[in-house]
Design a protein around this ligand. Sequence first.
Ligand SMILES: Nc1ncnc2c1ncn2[C@@H]1O[C@H](COP(=O)(O)OP(=O)(O)OP(=O)(O)O)[C@@H](O)[C@H]1O
Ligand SMILES: [Mg+2]
Length: 471
Amino acid sequence: MSQPLPPILLVDDEKNMRLSLSAMLADDGYAVEAVESAEQGEQLIEKREFLMLITDAHLGGISGYELLARVRRRRPELPMLMITAYATPKLAAEAIKAGASDYLPKPFAPEELLLHVSRCAERHRLLMENAALREKVTSNYSLESIIGESPKMREQRDLIKTIAPTNASVLILGESGTGKELIAGALHSLSARAKKSYVRINCAAIAETLLESELFGHEKGAFTGAIKQKLGRVEEADGGTIFLDEIGDMSRSLQAKLLRFLEDGSFTRVGGNDELRVNVRLLAATNRDIIQAIRDNHFREDLYHRLNVVQFRPPPLRERGQDVCLLAEHFLRQFCGSLGKPVMTLAKPAAAKLLSHHWPGNVRELRNVIERAVILAPGPQVQPLHLPDFELETKLRKGDAPVGAVPDSLDEALSDFEKQLILAALERNHFSVNKTAERLKVTRHALRYRMQRLNISTDASPDGDTDVLEK
Ligand SMILES: Nc1ncnc2c1ncn2[C@@H]1O[C@H](COP(=O)(O)OP(=O)(O)OP(=O)(O)O)[C@@H](O)[C@H]1O
Ligand SMILES: [Mg+2]
């Protein structure tokens, strides 16, 4: 069932015109709200939603042109049609410049007007459909879909709950695959803007020259190929949220325009002169080292501070301890479900193998690994042989230090390093503490002591050897 259309706002100072146009539109099933002055029209637009505005050019007080320009600033999306008895090409151009979507010279046949109106009605229907689709998409984002019970992940979820209802700009920094998009989605879903648009733009995926027009729109003829006016995604996001992913890849000149947009929501379409304004909350993310980008002059420091009202730092997966297993089980349920298999479990040695890996691709990598395992494993359990040869991948990694991680202290860095070495050695020796101690040239007791200190716990496995599980 489609919803009833909002009414058409008709502004004309001639009573007869108001009556005849209203009757014509009503005959075709449209609701009409008719007023005699631009001032009255403007007031109504502030308060209510309309399908479109139809205005005469010459009115008693403020002219139709001025009305168009004012409404265009406040409601960039609203279709506006100007009608006038004094039609000249110059005036038509002026009307379009003031923001009219179209221009109709008097006298006109009723069908001409109705054609314009039906186009607006169609556009409205599409926008509504889009909004409904969007609602479905955004409802997938929730706090519960962010799996993890490690203290750092709990902290991230608590922060989402606190920050989501505010209008604060948010900067999400983290390695690739750490769940930055999930955080952004949850922030929108838990905000008062959840029913409005959630617009995502990947700044790295769009050519630098096109990004500005994608973001802020362009006027007809602004550049070769701009054959008609295009609304910016910020207009689509009005009232809602915009998520700029990979913001570290945005050019400096566009960064300046974004900064202005962040100050008060104002922007200008490419090739346009009018300053438009929307009400949009901005979320941004990058997996780049943003501080280094500022030092290298690739990223504006003022923009960084403006964006960085609240910062999220989803930790790399290797710092989340047992979350690796929780996530693996979550993905097992997901993939078994979608492949129609009974839910599989993770054999202990397989869990240990997952825990020993460094996860340079973070949760995304784990997701892929589990998807592969679900396809490969014939039985109800995932065994180490269904998992990739991480050792080989580890060797391919440059150095063994955590990539990009900024430890709080030297002690922490050394502990991380030591933990990774021990986990890697355990993996190579099939998680036998005896053999690993031998290879590392320490006593079994010394190795156990270190493992305890580093939160690598041990479990006796059925075959008498020792499994390792990280706490
Ligand atoms: N805590 C989590 N719980 C459940 N799924 C997660 C979690 N974190 C990430 N994922 C899943 O891992 C994949 C990668 O996450 P996401 O796309 O949010 O990463 P990202 O940080 O945006 O990465 P990139 O920098 O490469 O864009 C997605 O499929 C996402 O659903
Ligand atoms: Mg992402």
